[in-house]
Design a protein. Structure first.
Lengths: 305, 136
């Protein structure tokens, strides 16, 4: 079993428990172990694009240096820290590139980390779990573990912004990605392509400008359902929250609007690999995927908690 | 047809330089092709498009730049930055306009005024990201 130093980020412990639990479960099946960094902190979620703000760069570098210490305690571990949340992924990747290009910034940040007896030396790589699945496990290895192909599920991949932008952080081609597509197909689901696969959901504007988010979500969902999708697959807890929650509000407002459930890619994997349904935490979704899954015979009739 | 007199003096230059300093980008690299605005999925909600904002910065028209809602509508999706043919980190310029404002008035959003219900139901990453973008 290969052990990876795993950085969960805040949301995997609150709104996206189903994301984390399914990821840990399926990775075990694939001979990968995600071992949580014992004392991690928030990475700051969004990367600062200013050239002169050191303070906002301390949190993500602290994560990297804690992860480095953690890796030293693991066995058979590549020098990599793995994330599930695409916002963490992008923030950590960008800062790691920045400090490797700029020793002066790194020195200043290390000075701040001294109190915690930490230093960072630019010596680990940041990976999104999708990259591990694609590059280290391989789709074939994933297909082999599928016991219940997701027949009837017509899934449209929605990348959001942070998996594909910017250059330093992208996990795939920014205009023509295929990692989610290949994954969906290897699980036996039908792939539905939507042109709005990276049409921003409105992100953090949900806090104070909800109208921006709702008009984005309407277009994203419409583009997918018009092409026959009955589900979306995502990798970001904020995309997921925004689309899921806004759909519920829209369904309330207009009877004609047909919401579709949102899955994290690891939830689809867990379903296809026959993991217990309860680790998905479907009860926390705004649009419950269970009726659709039951209709397609992908989960049992038994009531799940 | 109306005309606008363009003043280009010390104040104008200083504003432009400050934005360049915060963003680390050369504003004059922009040749106004408009690709950033064409690909921005929020252009319809902006009272001045992204490339228009950049033109105003080139001219140093601080009041016009700061009074637009553009940089507050921008959601930092970085689409413009990966597409700009002149390799400008356009989103960083939007961030620089926000920062310029926040360094004077640090609260675009008043956290203490947000209803408790909102704070409790929203994902942490929405809140942390929002506060990082909208407070100084
Ligand atoms: S895409 Fe680049 S060069 Fe074109 S208008 Fe926008 S910033 Fe200027
Ligand atoms: S980063 Fe901002 S300005 Fe650029 S495309 Fe995205 S929302 Fe528009």
């Amino acid at each position: 079993m290969v052990q990876y130093s795993y950085f969960p980020g805040c949301n995997l412990k609150t709104n996206a428990k189903g994301f984390e639990e399914t990821a840990i479960a399926v990775s075990k099946k694939l001979n990968v172990e995600l071992v949580e960094i014992p004392n991690w902190n928030c990475c700051g979620t969004v990367h600062t694009m200013t050239s002169d703000n050191i303070m906002k760069r301390i949190a993500p570098v602290r994560v990297l240096s804690r992860s480095k210490k953690h890796i030293e305690t693991l066995e058979e571990s590549p020098n990599q820290v793995v994330t599930l949340c695409s916002m963490c992924n992008s923030t950590l990747k960008i800062v790691s590139k920045e400090v490797s290009d700029n020793q002066d910034t790194l020195d200043k940040i290390n000075y701040q980390l001294e109190d915690d007896e930490l230093t960072y030396e630019n010596d680990i790589e940041v990976k999104h779990f999708l990259e591990i699945l694609r590059d280290s496990v391989g789709y074939e290895g994933i297909s082999k573990k599928v016991v219940k192909p997701l027949k009837g599920l017509k899934v449209s991949p929605y990348y959001g912004c942070m998996l594909l932008h910017p250059e330093e952080a992208k996990i795939d081609d920014e205009e023509m990605p295929d990692v989610l597509e290949s994954l969906v197909e290897s699980l036996g689901a039908e792939l539905v392509m939507s042109p709005l696969f990276k049409y921003c959901c409105g992100s953090y504007h949900i806090v104070d400008q909800e109208n921006i988010v709702s008009s984005q979500v309407e277009k994203i969902v419409e583009a997918a359902t018009r092409r026959g999708a009955n589900a979306l697959v995502v990798a970001c807890p904020l995309c997921s929250y925004n689309i899921d929650q806004q759909q519920k509000a829209m369904a309330k407002e207009s009877a004609g609007f047909k919401p579709i459930p949102i899955f994290y890619f690891t939830q689809l994997m867990a379903l296809a690999m026959g993991e217990p349904v309860k680790i998905n935490h479907f009860k926390e979704h705004f649009i419950n995927p269970e009726p659709l899954l039951k209709e397609l015979g992908l989960i049992g009739r038994k009531k799940t908690k | 047809m109306s005309y606008e007199y363009i003043k280009f003096g010390k104040e104008e230059r200083e504003f432009r330089q400050k934005i360049e300093e915060i963003s680390g980008e050369n504003i004059f690299s922009c040749y106004q092709c408009g690709k950033c605005s064409a690909g921005c999925m929020f252009s319809d909600k902006m009272d001045r498009t992204v490339n228009q904002q950049i033109l105003r910065i080139q001219l140093g028209q601080k009041e016009k730049v700061l009074s637009a809602n553009t940089h507050w509508v921008c959601a930092s999706c970085l689409t413009c930055s990966v597409r700009c043919p002149r390799d400008i980190d356009v989103a960083a310029i939007m961030e620089a306009i926000r920062e310029y404002t926040l360094r004077e008035e640090p609260e675009k959003i008043k956290i203490s005024e947000l209803p408790k219900k909102v704070l409790e139901k929203l994902p942490n990453i929405a809140l942390v990201a929002n506060f990082r973008k909208k407070t100084g």
